[in-house]
Design a protein around this ligand. Structure first.
Ligand SMILES: Nc1ncnc2c1ncn2[C@@H]1O[C@H](COP(=O)(O)OP(=O)(O)O)[C@@H](O)[C@H]1O
Ligand SMILES: [Mg+2]
Length: 211
């Protein structure tokens, strides 16, 4: 900013292994979203580097940065972001089309995986918030991302619905072999993690494996 320098992240050094399910915890303003945006290549660190599967990730709003994101990264949002005029199934098919081609069998299988077999022809307004978030999870998996990211993805759900969404998410990611990083300030989500990283004032203050 004009008046001062903000260090949203400060000396972060992090290695994520394939198949890990990381919960990133920290208070508001601690740098969680910034770190997630660096991981998804929506943003680039001012200094330092980021490599993914041994290759340097493209940076600074390049076209390569966009392709990297498209090929590798899945995202689940706090406010589901489903297209309201499309059915549950059509929401998945559209994403497949954008990513290179429809695959009706896979779309159906993904919706079955997240427990929505009976809802596939309904519109988003005709299902609950938890069900909408499960559609969004199926959608995020449709293009087979290597890394799945979520920023407060249960932030708009009550605690019981959060648990059922997280259970579905863990099952889906395990079955698809996807690495995950989920940002939250909700300590109760720790039970779904294989690793918990805590961040404060842009610094990693603890990093522990679970189980
Ligand atoms: N575009 C920006 N310009 C200036 N400061 C920013 C900007 N985005 C975030 N920040 C600051 O960087 C820090 C980390 O923000 P953020 O990553 O959004 O934290 P969190 O997601 O943990 O709430 C905060 O101090 C925030 O005010
Ligand atoms: Mg944030």
């Amino acid at each position: 900013m004009a008046s001062e320098t903000v260090r949203a992240l400060d000396g972060v050094n992090l290695e994520i292994n394939e198949g890990e399910r990381i919960i990133l915890l920290g208070p508001s303003g601690s740098g969680k979203t910034t770190l997630l945006n660096c991981l998804s290549a929506l943003d680039s660190p001012t200094a330092g580097s980021y490599s993914f599967s041994g290759i340097e990730v493209p940076r600074d709003d390049s076209e390569e940065m966009t392709s990297f994101r498209r090929d590798n990264i899945g995202y689940v949002f706090q406010f589901f972001n489903l297209l309201q005029d499309l059915t549950v199934l059509e929401n998945i098919l559209l994403i497949q089309e954008l990513a290179g081609g429809r695959d009706l069998d896979r779309a159906r299988n993904l919706l079955e995986l997240v427990g929505l077999k009976r809802e596939i022809d309904r519109f988003p307004a005709e299902i609950s918030g938890g069900q909408q978030q499960r559609v969004a999870i199926a959608r995020s998996l449709a293009k087979r991302p290597r890394l799945l990211l979520g920023d407060e993805l249960t932030g708009n759900l009550d605690s019981r619905t959060s648990s059922s969404v997280m259970e579905v998410l863990v099952k889906a990611c395990d079955s698809e072999g996807i690495t995950c990083v989920f940002v939250t300030h909700d300590e109760s989500l720790i039970e779904y993690a294989t690793r918990v990283i805590r961040i404060d004032s842009g610094k990693i203050i603890s990093d522990e494996q679970i189980g």
